[in-house]
Design a protein around this ligand. Structure first.
Ligand SMILES: Cc1ncc(COP(=O)(O)O)c(C=O)c1O
Length: 424
């Protein structure tokens, strides 16, 4: 590493610390004292508050977004012989859950402007690699899989082009499960939050639309571990709720069974999972949701601070942008280096930032670069050039609301100075 003349930050700026206050601590303590720790009244309140915030029907709170995605695919009937079209620039969870259902994930390339799955690339996949099957649904020309579902990811909290995806869904008769792990608080052109029922066009009424959120420790709204599944169709949510609790026909019976009017009788109606959210998690979620507008404003301000500071070094970097039709949730700030403009590579620059007390991450290593996915799916380096190029130059900067504006502004100045120092 070259010696740097730039003064490091005084203290390490970590990538994504949570922001928990006394209200969360008191609510968890209240739960611990209440005599009921797992799914119960607080989970119910949290679900109702989320439904209100999102403008959707009541969904089901679960113990991760992975669980929400899995349940979503399950209730859509995704199974063997089916394909799900998604992005390679995502976390393993997105594609793992497709494989849990013994279906196969297919990737199409991203829009390099946002990092999101491109509806144009998705259409190209459906038009060139698939042919209409017996029922008109696209059938993959080599594997014979019927592509039934679109699984776009709102990467970093920037909404995908939902209009384009619903158009595609209608043209090819596909359901849609949105991976909104990063996108609580994001909204689309009409101001509807991601997860709002109104985002699905009325002409798509015959198709299903579901949305899965994550409340993992680093997310915009954190419950430690946690997730939430919404669906336009209440029957799908109720099925998902049942499946989240072993397949027990009336899951309320489980948490109400020790109440004075409770009963020990229950019926396991189908093969379900253990995916339910605990009241301890919901206790955190209730307050995190109340604080979400403030958290989002802080994230947006941090993003704006980086963009302002980096304006003068734009010949060395590509800044993330928000398209005019969206409200960005700024879960991530994906900065990309222009390697031709710098004397150091991305990996070395990450180490330089670390040495200057700036914590970063790289989200994500494209799925087809992982050894498991190379074995499980027949993809190779070069198949998704935009996603690969995005990843190779990517550094995600800290935008957590736990950081003060002053510390982020200082980090942004150090970053800009370091870029100038390593200019080619
Ligand atoms: C895009 C994406 N999808 C799904 C998940 C899974 O979320 P969880 O950890 O809540 O299961 C993550 C987690 O980071 C993610 O980034």
């Amino acid at each position: 590493m070259l010696p740097s003349k730039i003064k490091p930050l005084e203290k390490f700026l970590s990538f994504a610390p949570p922001l928990m206050g006394e209200e969360e601590i008191a609510e968890v303590a209240d739960t611990l004292r209440s005599g009921w720790l797992t799914t119960g009244p607080k989970t119910e309140r949290f679900e109702l508050a989320l439904a209100d915030y999102l403008g959707s029907g009541r969904g089901v709170a679960v113990n991760s977004c992975t669980a929400a995605l899995h349940l979503g695919l399950h209730v859509l009937g995704v199974g063997p012989g089916q394909g799900v079209l998604t992005t390679p620039l995502t976390f393993a969870s997105t594609a793992h859950t497709v494989l849990y259902q013994q279906a196969r994930p297919y990737f199409a390339d991203i829009d390099p402007e946002t990092g999101n799955l491109s509806p144009r690339e998705a259409r190209r996949f459906l038009e060139t690699q698939c042919a209409p099957g017996p029922d008109g649904c696209p059938r993959h020309k080599i594997t014979g899989d019927i592509i039934t579902t679109l699984l776009p990811v709102h990467y970093g909290g920037h909404p995908v082009e939902l209009d384009g995806f619903w158009e595609l869904a209608m043209d090819f008769g596909l359901n849609m499960l949105e991976d909104a792990a990063h996108a609580i608080g994001a909204a689309y052109y009409n101001g509807f939050p991601i997860g709002h029922r109104g985002l699905k066009p009325p002409e798509a009424a015959h198709l299903q639309g579901l949305t899965a959120f994550s409340f993992y420790a680093t997310k915009n709204l954190a419950t430690g571990e946690g997730g939430y599944l919404t669906a336009g169709d209440d029957a799908l949510v109720e099925r998902a709720r049942r499946l989240s609790m072993y397949g027990i026909s009336d899951s309320r019976r489980i948490w109400g069974r020790y109440a004075p009017q409770g009963t020990w009788v229950y019926d396991v109606a189908e093969l379900g999972f253990k995916y339910n959210m605990m009241d301890i998690q919901a206790a955190l979620g209730l307050h995190q949701l109340r604080k979400l507008p403030d958290f989002l404003a802080r994230r947006a301000a941090h993003a704006a601070a980086y963009s302002r500071a980096l304006e003068s070094v734009r010949d060395m970097v590509i800044l993330p942008a928000a398209k005019p039709e969206v409200i960005h949730a700024w879960h991530l700030y994906p900065l990309r280096l222009r390697p031709e403009a710098l004397t150091v590579g991305r990996d070395e620059f990450i180490e330089i930032l670390r040495a200057h007390n700036i914590g970063t991450s790289v989200l994500f290593i494209p799925l087809h670069y992982h050894s498991y996915y190379q074995k499980a799916l027949d993809y190779k380096d070069g198949d998704f050039p935009e996603a690969e190029n995005f990843f190779k130059n990517l550094i995600n900067l800290p935008v957590a609301p736990a950081h003060s504006p002053e510390r982020v502004a200082e980090a942004a100045d150090v970053l800009a100075s370091l870029l100038r120092q390593y200019k080619r």
